[in-house]
Ligand binder design. Sequence first.
Ligand code: GLA
Length: 383
Amino acid sequence: MSDVTARAAAGFSSAFGAEPAGLWAAPGRVNLIGEHTDYNDGFVLPFALPHRTVVAAAPLPSPRWRVWSEQSDETIEFDAAQADQPGKIDGWAGYVAGVVWALRSAGHDVPGASLAVASDVPAGAGLSSSAALESAVLTALADLGGLAVPVAERPELAQRAENDYVGMPCGIMDQSASIRAEAGHALFLDCRTLEIEQIPFDVASSGLAVLVVDTRAPHRHAGGEYASRRRACEEAAALLGVPALRDVEDLDAALAALPDEVMRRRVRHVVTEDQRVLDTVELLRAGRVREIGPLLTASHASMRDDFEITVPEVDLAVSTALAAGAYGARMTGGGFGGCVLALVDADALDAVAAAVAAGYAERAFTAPVWFAARPGAGAERVG
Ligand code: GLA
C-alpha cells in the first residue's frame, strides 16, 4: 500500500471510527503541450503523475456526506439540500460537494458516504490537485453506489463540479487526464469531440527524462487572469464568426480581421499551440521523442509573448534549463506561476535541476523543488 493510500485508510479509521469499504485514487497531471487550448475546443497532450489523491470511503444509509481531509484535519458535513445549491459548501470540501451536485444533477442516485482524503499532489502548484480530488471522489461514489457512469463521461461531470459548483471556469483537460490517462502514455485529447488516443510516452527507454520544476512562485491573480483570457478567446471567436478558435483555418486572415493587438496575440497563441500539439503527437507516434524539444520551447515563447501568462520565476526556469542542455522546456498548466517541465537526458537530470536552483538563488527567488515525472495511471480503485 502506498504511503498516501495508507494515510487515507488510517485517516478514515480515526475520523469515523470504522473501516472504509474501499479506497480510490486519482492523479494530478502535467501537460506536455497544449496550453489554454482546451476551452477553445482544441487539442491537449497531458499525462498523469504518479502523485495521487486517495479517498477512503464507506456508504451512509441516508443522502448526506461527511468528509475528512488530512490537509486541514477537519471533517465537513453536508446534506443533499446543501449539495444541490452550487457554492453553498466552500473551501476544499466544495470540490467534493460539487461532484455530488454534478452526479445528482445528471440524475444519479448518489449514495450518502463518509470520505477521508489524503494526497501527495502538491496543492497550488498547477499540477491539478483539484481535478485529482474531484476525480477520486467521483470514482469512489460511482463505485460505491454502482452508478452507471461511463468512464468517458466522467471528466465532464468533474468539470461541471468545478465550473458550476465551485465557480472556476476551467476546461476539460485536467479532469480528462486524471480520469482517462494510462501509465506510460500521454493522453492526446480532442477537446471538441472528446476522442482520445493514448500516445506511448516512455521517455526512459530513449535515455530521456521529464524534469518538473515547481517554481513555487505565488499564483498572482491566477483566477481572474484565467477567466479574462478565456473571455478574450470567446470574444475573438465571435468576432471571427467561428464556433471556437479551433476553427480558425487561415491565421493571417484571422489576425488581419481582428480589431486590436492584444486580441491578435491571444488568437495567435491558441492557433499555433493547437498545431504544436498535432506536431508533437506526430513526432511521438514516430518515436522521435528528442525532436519534440523545440516545440515545447516554442510553446513557452508563445505563452510568454502572446498569451502573456508567464512570470519571471517561470521564464528563468525555462531559460536556465535550456542553457543547461535541456532539449526543450515550457511552463505547464494555467500560468502565473506553477511548474515548468523540461525534456532532458536522463543522466543530466540532476545537473539541469541544480542549474535552475542556482539561478533562483542568484536572483533571491524562493528555492524551487523538482522531480522526474513518469506517466502514471488514471483514476482507479486501489483497495
Ligand atoms: C488549467 C485549467 C485547464 C486548462 C489549463 C491551461 O489547468 O484547469 O482546463 O485550461 O489551465 O491549459
